[in-house]
Design a binder for this molecule. Structure first.
Ligand code: FAD
Length: 690
């Protein structure tokens, strides 16, 4: 029989699809992530690595794999800590793996002497993290199917699970809960309880520590493991590269990847590959002495980056010189800071978290989160390398005693170098293997900002609205200062004429590695979000954005003003903004007036100044005052948006909205809460909170 054209097309599509399926992982990973291959090679792993987890475990002799679903790096960090602990305490042959790197159709073939650990962060509105989307969809899918068909396909699978969540969000820890439920349904065998860490209550680390000991006991019993005296085994080998100096062309002095080193950086720009973007404008938004809020414009026209109104921009910070010095001093490497080293994974499954050869200075300045909170478990690990017995005893106590640790470390916001030097009374810690620091200090993370410009108005220029993080800590002389926002502050000062900015005594390598960021550049990438205006501009919107929570709403209102100016029918736009005082921190006060010129009565700004009257007034109070109109708009299918503080404001706004609906419609609060829930499910209620 003859094949007609349609048959040929169908057959070709099937053939291509099949080819694509079988080559997935072999070639796809490389096209998606062009420099991943150079990373992988540097780590001694051949490019074209397998996506078959069984094969991977077999060829590398592993019996325990720790998967992570991570957005900001914490879950990844916990995963590597669990892998290390499983190895050092129980002799498990562990490896850490990114959920994105494997396929799951053959999980049913995993023998039951293996263990799978899931460390899963929940992101935003109960969503999986970017790297866990495929796994999540697979495992929770209605028609999940495996290579063999058994009634309980995963009855051989032993697993443990820990979730990272935030109780201020509606879908608290939904990732770990849903994955756990799905695995149970498929017959998998969970050891211990599925742990849940709560960032909202600030107890993440302690929740993790409290979960893991009973979990290990359950694992040891099930797998017949004997606990042994934990011995530290380095994961990375450090080699001096004596022939090289920091000026040698192949040495990374802060460049994020090979293309950046060679000066051939090109897109796609993403979480592995930032675009070095010019900052075209930066200014102060507050008019009060001790608090600062920055407005910055980042030019993406030289890149193939795009954004849509409501997206996030990620800023890649560098650490302040003072903290880099403190860190290198306390570990006794200040004199060797510019020595060139190679770092090699001693384990085929471990990844060096930065490109090499490089210098100690570059690693600490560009790749390590040296200012962040210290983990109690890490102090216990470092006790073994203390310069004397008294220091060792104190470190062991800090590592083991939760309350003592809280009182001595957490409340003072100390970072790792501050802890080390205060515990050792200024002695240097020369015995810490550098590998232990690479393993124990998190990778420096980009910070996200809600884009405060409209892509309709300025498609190639992204605005940022960032408050400079500075907190007075009781009992501490100097305020705590945030990493990224103070770096941005220095960039702003430089742009406004200060050749050597030193905000609050902090200095930065502001021109970047090899001066590649000179002329006021900052490394960025864009993260797309679901926080979006209705596609039909005639729909009314209610926007709740106190403080920097107003950032995306500046973009929303800017966009609607443009649409109105272009003659489109724009719906009512109610913006609730709150701050302390009208003449101190009222963001974009004059711009709202300009937008109003285009929008007329369609736009109304409702302000709440909390420190002007005798009683504190917040946005949720103003919302309540406008109950009738808010309800009417909602009945006309208005979209409702909340942005800013997740801990208190977003939750209270949710509660007030339910009260408004109950009162105005004469229904019970329970029924009104149900309506709010349904609005969320239908995307009519959207949050962008942090
Ligand atoms: P960091 O150094 O990261 O410190 C942040 C906080 O961590 C500190 O305040 C402190 O509470 C804690 N911390 C850090 N180190 C320690 C320590 N050693 N001990 C104890 N506690 C410590 N911010 C804006 O200003 N505008 C926005 O539009 C905006 N949008 C965002 C959108 C999203 C989706 C997200 C996730 C966040 C957003 N943020 C926004 C927040 C922003 O990403 C940063 O978290 C913020 O700017 C602080 O960054 P930083 O590096 O200056 O502070």
């Amino acid at each position: 029989a003859e094949l007609d054209t349609l048959d040929i097309i169908v057959l070709s599509v099937i053939l291509l699809g099949t080819l694509a399926y079988f080559t997935k992982g072999k070639y796809w990973g490389i096209t998606k992530d062009p420099y991943a291959a150079s990373f992988a090679n540097a780590n001694g792993v051949k490019a074209g690595k397998t996506r078959n987890i069984l094969e991977k475990m077999e060829e590398s002799g592993k019996n325990c794999i720790v998967f992570y679903g991570s957005q900001t790096g914490t879950a990844e960090d916990y995963a590597s800590r669990l892998a290390k602990e499983g190895k050092s305490r129980f002799g498990l042959e562990t490896m850490v793996a990114d959920l994105e790197d494997y396929d799951y159709e053959n999980l049913d073939a995993l023998p039951n002497d293996k263990l799978i650990v899931f460390v899963l962060a929940t992101y935003g509105e109960g969503e999986p993290t970017d790297n866990a989307v495929d796994f999540y969809e697979f495992i929770t899918g209605d028609d999940v199917s495996f290579s063999e068909s058994r009634e309980a396909p995963l009855d051989n699978l032993n697993y443990v699970a820990f979730g990272l969540g935030n109780n201020t969000y509606e879908h608290y820890n939904s990732m770990v809960r849903n994955v756990d439920k799905a695995l149970q349904k498929l017959g998998a065998n969970r050891l211990g309880v599925a742990g849940e860490g709560d960032d909202g209550a600030g107890t993440m680390e302690e929740d993790f520590l409290a979960w893991k000991d009973p979990m290990w006991a359950a694992v040891a019993e099930k797998m017949g493991l004997e606990e042994r005296e934990a011995v530290y085994e380095p994961i990375f080998g450090i080699v001096d590269r004596e022939g090289l100096t920091k000026d040698s062309v192949e040495v990374y002095v802060g460049e994020p990847n090979k293309m950046h080193l060679e000066g051939t950086a090109k897109g796609p720009f993403n979480a592995h590959n930032p675009y070095i973007a010019p900052i075209t404008e930066s200014r102060e938004l507050f008019s009060v002495k001790d608090r600062h809020c920055l407005h910055m414009e980042v030019d993406i026209s030289g890149s193939n980056l795009t954004y849509q109104t409501g997206d996030h921009i990620a800023i890649w910070p560098t650490n302040p010189g003072e903290e880099v010095d403190r860190f290198l001093n306390v570990i006794g490497l200040a004199d060797k800071r510019n020595d060139v080293i190679g770092v090699k994974a001693l384990e085929p499954t471990a990844k060096v978290p930065f490109p090499t050869p490089t210098t100690y200075d570059a690693i600490v300045r560009y790749h390590m989160e040296i200012c962040s909170p210290v983990s109690r478990q890490f102090l216990a690990t470092l006790a073994a390398f203390a310069p004397d017995e008294a220091t060792k005893a104190e470190m062991t106590k800090l590592g083991g005693d939760k309350d003592y640790f809280h009182e001595k470390i957490s409340v003072h916001h100390l970072n790792i170098a501050q802890v080390l030097s205060s515990v050792s009374k200024g002695q240097t810690w020369k015995n810490i293997p550098f590998s232990a620091l690479i393993e124990g200090v998190t990778k420096l993370q980009p910070r996200y900002y809600s884009i405060s410009s409209s892509s309709l108005v300025q498609p190639k220029k992204i605005s940022i609205t960032a408050v400079v993080e500075s907190q007075m800590i009781p009992g501490r002389g100097d305020p705590f200062r945030g990493v990224a926002t103070n770096y941005l502050f220095a960039l702003k000062q430089k742009q406004n004429g200060d050749p050597n900015p030193e905000p609050f005594g902090l200095t930065y390598e502001i021109t970047g590695p090899r001066n590649k960021y000179d002329g006021i550049h900052v490394p960025v990438h864009v993260r797309h979000s679901n926080f979006k205006l209705p596609s039909d501009p005639s729909k009314p919107v209610i926007l709740i954005g106190p403080g920097t929570g107003v950032a995306p709403f500046r973009a929303f209102v800017q966009e609607r003003a443009k649409q109105a100016a272009d003659g489109e029918n724009v719906g009512r736009t109610l913006l609730f903004f709150g701050c302390r005082k009208k003449n101190e921190d009222f963001l974009y006060a004059s711009q709202w007036e300009e937008f109003k010129k285009a929008l007329g009565d369609k736009f109304e700004l409702i302000t709440a100044f909390s420190r002007e009257g005798a009683k504190k007034v917040y946005v949720q109070h103003r919302l309540k005052e406008r109950a009738e109109e808010v309800n009417e708009l909602l009945q006309k299918k208005a979209y409702f948006y909340v942005c800013g503080d997740a801990a208190n404001m977003a939750r209270e706004v949710n509660a007030v909205l339910a009260q408004i609906i109950a009162e105005q419609r004469g229904i019970s609060e329970a029924k009104a809460e149900e309506i709010v829930k349904n609005m969320r499910a239908a995307n009519q209620y959207q949050e962008d909170v942090w």
